[in-house]
Design a protein around this ligand. Structure first.
Ligand SMILES: Cc1cc2nc3c(=O)[nH]c(=O)nc-3n(C[C@H](O)[C@H](O)[C@H](O)COP(=O)(O)OP(=O)(O)OC[C@H]3O[C@@H](n4cnc5c(N)ncnc54)[C@H](O)[C@@H]3O)c2cc1C
Length: 463
């Protein structure tokens, strides 16, 4: 064990991004780096909802020795399927041209689905032991500034009046990031904006859904009902080794994108509100809402912190011109909070963490060369994450029938002659194309690119 760490890294925010970074720094850098997590809440917490992880992200979980424990609480992988359905028939839905429902991209891309609290529990179990690691709860950052003594360090100031010093500050503090607003000197151009969508989120137990309909497709695979001209769509898929079904039901205002959301960003929602939002949709949709109600009443989900459906305003961070300052770096939602339509916000936070920790693991990286290292992080991570954010946004607008695939620059097959089926075929083909990055690119290639850039920048520089 080293006597003194080479670098002191302060992670502000202990969500998925901050936790994965702490695990990655330990795994890849060992005792070379001291890690402190400063979390505003009194404990790590996660909401009662599902989360999907693509193979590109899963590769980082394998590299960090998390895959074994996560596999025990995962649902799906290559067996996952998603049915895209037209749902505007309140008696029996509408199936696609051939009469069979379409299985689209989820099966091909090998997504794994988790209960967020179970995913988080694995990360917490892998947090490093002391003495070079510490978690500080009830520490809400209020600002940071270069330390006044020319030491090339950063001084953090917390709402409780205390301070801390670090060599590198990593802002993992989510969409309302204080680190981002300080880095951007409170410029409104870096403030989050509304995507135009809200989402009702809920978990239902498999038993509750089985009682309503023992043959419901969401018991075994993902389902995505939508229809033209409704500006809404719903996603439901099993998580937690099939113990629960995760439901996200979107409602969009086409002109709302880029405006400021008036109202609470998250609040509870009643069953009646969700039913009214989806009135006239096919029975399989209404059964999900009906079963949601049953399981809320049963209150049978010890792992959830939200026991009812909740309504989330989907806000996003605009395309930032940089994720870094000299000794400050943004990661996860703080840098690129995005629409959730490709299930990738947390995945991109995980990729950020992996690339940053891989760079810091190089023994030539010292406080002096940190600005160069952060530039490389920015050059590798910003284009990828902002491209995923753009694809996620376009995919949602295609699902909501606001954007045509061709307007999104996606080349999809022309009509089949059956207009109902054709609409679905075109939108599912567009979704597959927009998701190609998850299949055709790898995080390890990006890691290697970052390390090559580090070599070029540092050469044989001695620490
Ligand atoms: C409906 C929906 C579905 C989604 N589905 C998926 C999915 O399937 N797959 C996927 O990859 N992503 C998904 N996402 C996105 C994902 O939830 C987020 O991108 C991810 O949770 C962001 O993690 P984070 O660690 O960057 O930020 P957060 O989870 O927001 O964590 C920030 C942490 O910082 C703390 N904090 C905040 N301010 C301060 C401060 N000033 N000082 C100290 N601490 C502070 C907070 O308490 C919190 O613990 C979805 C999002 C939504 C809305």
């Amino acid at each position: 064990m080293a006597d003194q760490p080479a670098l002191r890294v302060a992670i502000v925010g202990g969500g998925i991004g901050g936790l994965v970074l702490a695990v990655a720094l330990r795994k890849l850098c060992g005792d070379r780096i001291r890690v402190d997590i400063y979390e505003a809440a009194h404990a790590f917490s996660e909401i009662g909802a599902g989360i999907g992880v693509w193979p590109r992200v899963w590769a980082t979980m394998e590299a960090l020795d998390l895959a074994g424990d996560l596999s025990a609480v995962a649902t799906g992988n290559d067996g996952q399927e998603l049915q895209m359905r037209r749902s505007d028939n309140p008696t029996d839905g509408i199936e696609s041209g051939s009469g069979s429902l379409m299985n689209v991209w989820l099966k091909m891309r090998g997504i794994r689905a988790f209960h967020r609290a179970e995913f988080q529990a694995v990360l917490i179990a892998h947090l490093p032991p002391g003495p070079f690691y510490a978690t500080h709860f009830n520490k809400r950052l209020s600002s940071y500034a270069p330390t006044q003594d020319d030491s090339d360090t950063i001084t953090l100031t917390f709402v409780d009046g205390t301070t801390a010093v670090c060599d590198l500050l990593v802002g993992c503090d989510g969409i309302k990031s204080v680190v981002r607003s300080t880095l951007y000197r409170s410029s409104p151009t870096a403030d989050p904006v509304w995507s135009g969508s809200v989402a009702y989120r809920s978990l239902i137990s498999q038993e509750a859904l089985r009682e309503v309909n023992p043959e419901h497709p969401s018991l075994t695979k993902g389902m995505m009902p939508s229809h033209r001209p409704a500006l809404q769509h719903l996603v439901a898929f099993p998580i937690s080794n099939h113990k629960f079904v995760n439901i996200v039901a979107f409602v969009t205002e086409a002109e709302g994108e880029g405006t400021k959301y008036e109202g609470e960003w998250m609040r509870e929602a009643s069953k009646q509100e969700v039913q009214e939002a989806y009135a006239g949709w096919e029975p399989l949709v209404m059964q999900l809402i009906e079963a949601s109600s049953a399981s809320w009443e049963a209150n049978d989900r010890p792992l959830t912190s939200i026991d009812k459906a909740s309504l989330w305003a989907i806000n996003t961070v605009p395309r930032l011109p940089t994720y870094v300052g000299e000794r400050v770096v943004l990661l996860g939602d703080a840098a690129h909070a995005m629409n959730p339509h490709q299930g990738s916000g947390a995945g991109q936070a995980i990729e950020d963490s992996f690339i940053l920790a891989s760079l810091l693991a190089d023994s030539r990286v010292t406080r002096r060369v940190l600005p160069k290292v952060l530039e490389i992080y920015d050059s590798v991570r910003r284009p990828v994450s902002q491209d995923v954010a753009r694809r996620s946004r376009d995919q949602g607008r295609i699902f909501d029938c606001i954007l045509s695939p061709s307007d999104a620059g996606v080349d999809v097959p022309e009509t089949t002659g059956n207009s109902l089926a054709d609409d679905l075929v075109r939108r599912s083909a567009a979704a597959q194309q927009l998701l190609l990055w998850a299949k055709d690119t790898t995080i390890m290639d990006d890691r290697d690119k970052a390390l090559r850039a580090l070599d070029a920048a540092l050469g044989t520089t001695s620490p």
